[in-house]
Design a protein around this ligand. Structure first.
Ligand code: DMJ
Length: 575
């Protein structure tokens, strides 16, 4: 017989008390004594509930590789002398900078109001969503732009949130390590470098240890996905179809973490990946390049698609940047840069056939079949970073031919922006390639006429044969290359190009709350998508802002940018 108190069963009466006690212990466990907080400077810090620095290592390293030591090389100056910023042009730039600043503030305010602590703001519905780990990606990604804009109260509030992130909370598995590295670790490092706020370095080390645990595989090449459960059990393996950008994009962040902490393990992890790529670079079907995916598990390379775009991009981007970060003391990065950029010039870059024979270039893909290499003249918005990459490498290595390629590549993406009704380049387009990168390139009678009409759809702009993906995701790459061209040349033509691109982007993507991706750049007033990726603030708006800011702010002679546009200080004594 069930006992009763005042006519109610005891069990039912005790249930609320039981729930209260459970909730109390859950919260206590999560936020209380077990993970106490401490003051780091004036910021309350809570350690992650999982301390990856003390985790069991199943595949230990005998002998950690260390960054090269010596006197950093004296590199040529990258930025143009500061004469271009005087006169009426300076007033125009100042006004433009203020406009960009106001849009950064608008985007950030909307995030704060509607999506605080979520990974992303949804700019149409005004909600938040979790996309990368659920650790407030937008806040970490925006830290450095808040600092650059001198928004100190916002920066402080953001740091306070970051100081209590728990890297073990949230999804826990299948988190894209590439994104964790470039957005979170890059964001923490960039903001620490600028502000010197100690808690940011502490959080960067915590996260660096989590990322490092993904290298605990039999051959010490990283797992593709962050999965703490597998890491704890020692069952991680590297991927047999690893996008080269995923494996190759730890170098800058992990090397800087070693430089800042003195702990060689982070650099060691990245160096082993570099050795793998270095070993095979000249043994692929296109010597100098790697296929888009490689087998990191068995350490073999077999693919036949070669691109500098999606899946591969920052693998290449980081080669000259690592050369700069290490002060030129590791010659392998210099060699790898030269081999890759020469091979890409010969097999991936193409000159589009246009009515006016513009002197521009774009990056396509290369496919290999039975030893034959075919260049495919299809370009992705994502590849538009390479103008900046060739420009930076041209300066660092004193290669005027790379500089020239960089100008023509950046101009190619500006041309593609100018070509469409929205003044924005689509995600993927196809064109016709000239037979060579230089010299005359006349359109033969049988090739496509200008303004070709495709099956009842709007006419395509001159030079384009197909728009394979019409969307614009608020991406930065074309503006990023224009930033490099502006800083390298000091020629106002690049600032004007950036402003034209901005006007198209602002007109087409601005919403009541912030800015949104759009469905179709081939028309004006396209329908919008409820997505504002974190790179909108961390990259697209940051590069735009820096184009109109004084050139001494984040000078390329002192900083390299990670692929999410977070600044990392170059080796001292390089000038
Ligand atoms: C960014 O997260 C980075 O630039 C990355 O390297 C490529 N894609 C996005 C922006 O488009």
């Amino acid at each position: 017989m069930i006992k009763q108190i005042h006519g109610r069963p005891v069990g039912r009466r005790l249930l609320p008390i039981f729930l209260f006690v459970c909730t109390f212990f859950l919260l206590w466990d999560r936020y209380g004594q077990i993970y106490p907080t401490a003051m780091i400077g004036t910021v309350r810090y809570r350690p992650s509930s999982y301390d990856a620095s003390n985790a069991k290592v199943y595949f230990p390293v005998d002998d950690f590789k260390r960054p090269p030591v010596g006197v950093p090389k004296s590199f040529p100056t990258i930025q143009a002398p500061r004469t271009a910023s005087a006169g009426p042009a300076a007033n125009v730039s100042h006004a433009r900078k203020q406009i960009i600043k106001s849009k950064i503030i608008k985007s950030w305010q909307a995030y704060k109001t509607y999506a605080w602590s979520k990974d992303e703001l949804m700019p149409l519905s005004g909600r938040g969503r979790q996309t990368i780990g659920g650790w407030s990606a937008q806040i970490v990604d925006a830290l450095d732009i808040l600092w650059i804009l001198d928004l100190k109260d916002d920066f402080r509030r953001a740091v306070e949130r970051v100081a209590v992130i728990d890297w073990a909370a949230g999804k826990g598995s299948n988190i894209d390590l590439f994104e964790v590295n470039i957005r979170y670790l890059g964001g923490l490092l960039g903001a620490y470098e600028l502000s010197g706020e100690p808690v940011l370095l502490i959080k960067a080390i915590e996260l660096g240890d989590v990322i490092y645990s993904a290298f605990d595989t039999p051959n010490r090449l990283p797992a593709r996905w962050l999965d703490l459960r597998r890491a704890k059990k020692g069952t991680q393996i590297s991927s047999h179809d690893m996008p080269i950008a995923t494996a190759g994009t730890f170098s800058l962040e992990l090397t800087r973490l070693t430089q800042l902490t003195g702990d060689p393990k982070y650099y060691d992890a990245a160096e082993r990946v570099k050795s793998f790529f270095h070993r095979f670079q000249n043994e692929t079907a296109i010597p100098g390049l790697w296929p888009r995916t490689v087998n990191c598990r068995d350490e073999t390379i077999n693919g036949n698609l070669y691109t500098l775009g999606p899946g591969a991009d920052s693998m290449y981007e980081y080669l000259p940047k690592m050369h700069a970060l290490l002060g030129g003391l590791d010659h392998e990065y210099e060699q790898m840069t030269v081999h890759a950029l020469d091979a890409a010039r010969d097999h991936v870059l193409f000159r589009p056939m246009t009515a006016n024979q513009e002197d521009i270039l774009l990056a396509g893909n290369a496919v290999t079949t039975n030893g034959k290499i075919t260049t495919i003249p299809e370009t992705h918005h994502l590849t538009c970073y390479i103008g900046g990459m060739y420009g930076l490498a041209g300066k660092l290595l004193s290669r005027d031919d790379y500089l020239d390629l960089g100008f023509r590549l950046a101009a190619g993406c500006v041309w593609a922006y100018d070509a469409f009704a929205s003044n924005i380049m689509p995600e993927i387009v196809q064109l016709v390639a000239c037979t060579t990168l230089t010299g005359p390139c006349e359109r033969a009678a049988e090739t496509l006429p200008a303004g070709r009409r495709t099956r009842g759809f709007a006419a395509l702009p001159d030079g384009f044969t197909r728009v394979r993906d019409k969307r614009y995701h608020l991406r930065p790459e074309a503006i990023e290359s224009v930033f490099y061209m502006w800083r390298i040349t000091g020629d106002e033509v690049w600032r004007d190009a950036a402003w034209r691109m901005w006007e198209g982007i602002a007109r087409e993507t601005e919403t009541e709350l912030a800015f949104a991706s759009i469905e179709d750049v081939t028309v004006q007033a396209s329908s919008k998508v409820d997505v504002m990726d974190t790179f909108w603030l961390s990259e697209t708006l940051k590069y735009l802002y820096l184009i109109f800011e004084d050139e001494s702010v984040l000078s390329l002679d002192e900083w390299v940018f990670n692929t999410e546009a977070h600044p990392i200080r170059r080796a001292r004594g390089t000038r």
